[in-house]
Design a protein around this ligand. Structure first.
Ligand code: PMP
Length: 318
């Protein structure tokens, strides 16, 4: 935990997991001045504990901080805080292939303010928890998605491109309704035309047709996923043509396969997509589709140092 007061960050300190004290008038509790990151530390085949591209998370949080009028956490401070958290929780990092230590860096306007304005002081906290696969069905069991027809996730020129805390409570109502109907999650459409896929509540989306892989372009309303950027490079290095271009729902329904990407979901094959009551099944029920499986395998082998890392993405901590 570190504090920003009088224009500078304090030297952070390691504390046992526990409450943070804040006034009821804390900016973040009233006006939502907060952004966060999601990262994973994993044990690798070389016997180390490694992070994946932490510089990317530092840069994304800095961009979110600028958008929310918060002081940036410098990259070296960010990475060092994450490394210290991993070292302090080394015993909780699961064995190779058995899960990971999820890490949550959180930056917020914790100081009190009554009228609308930026907080007078800020807290940067990093906490961690051991996790298994994100979807209850397991990592490689294809997920069932439904296109959300009522709400949008992000407005044009809004906050969708940042990991602002406030982006996430509006998706609960759609996600819970979809889960109640047996779906794993929802896919959002663009707010301008209701035609093109944007992303899922917590991951980016890709469509595969032959040797071409497409993912929606980052037009400001989609979160620039670290996994998304990595999968684009990885797929190109494996000979796929990857295009960042709009994907109409009707095209998604005609794709050979779909998969989603994110730190939490890794690469999750999509088993079905439902739109206006019509359900499209991809591949054989219950089995991961081939390109999704190939990319999942290549990415996780690289991340856990089972394969070489020609990109320099793996960041050893221990
Ligand atoms: N979209 C949203 C809305 C997310 O919350 C996340 C998770 N951070 C992603 C996409 C995937 O981003 P990343 O690959 O950096 O985890």
């Amino acid at each position: 935990v570190g504090e920003w007061t009088d224009g500078a960050w304090s030297k952070g300190e390691l504390r046992p997991y526990g409450p943070l004290a804040m006034m009821p008038s804390a900016q973040v509790l009233n006006y939502g001045q907060a952004a966060f990151e999601g990262m994973k530390a994993q044990r690798s085949a070389k016997g180390r504990i490694v992070l994946f591209r932490p510089d990317r998370n530092a840069a994304r949080l800095a961009a979110g901080a600028a958008r929310l009028s918060m002081p940036a956490v410098p990259e070296d401070v960010f990475v060092s805080a994450v490394e210290q958290t991993v070292r302090a929780n080394e015993e909780f990092v699961p064995p190779v292939g058995k899960g990971s230590l999820y890490i949550r860096p959180l930056l917020m306007g914790s100081g009190p303010i009554l009228g609308l304005g930026p907080a007078p002081s800020y807290t940067f906290a990093v906490y961690a928890a051991a996790v298994g696969s994100y979807f209850k069905s397991g990592q490689l069991t294809p997920i069932d998605l439904v296109v959300e027809e009522h709400f949008h996730r992000a407005a044009p020129r809004g906050m969708g491109g940042t990991k602002a805390a406030g982006n996430y409570s509006p998706v609960l109502v759609t996600q819970l309704a979809a889960k109640g109907k047996g779906y794993s999650d929802v896919v959002y459409l663009d707010a301008k035309s209701d035609t093109y896929l944007e992303e899922v509540s917590s991951c980016n989306i890709f469509a595969v047709k032959g040797r071409t892989i497409r993912t929606p372009p980052l037009a400001g309303s989609i979160l620039p996923g670290v996994t998304r950027a990595s999968v684009i490079e990885l797929a190109r290095s494996r000979g796929y043509e990857v295009k960042e271009e709009p994907i109409a729902v009707t095209e998604a329904m005609e794709a050979d396969e779909m998969f989603t990407t994110g730190t939490a979901v890794v690469v999750s094959p999509v088993g079905s997509l439902t739109y206006k009551g019509e359900r499209r099944q991809y591949g054989k029920p219950g089995e991961p589709t081939p390109v999704g499986l190939e990319i999942y395998t290549a990415l996780t082998r690289l991340q856990t140092e089972q394969d070489p890392d020609p990109f320099g993405w793996v960041h050893p901590v221990v």
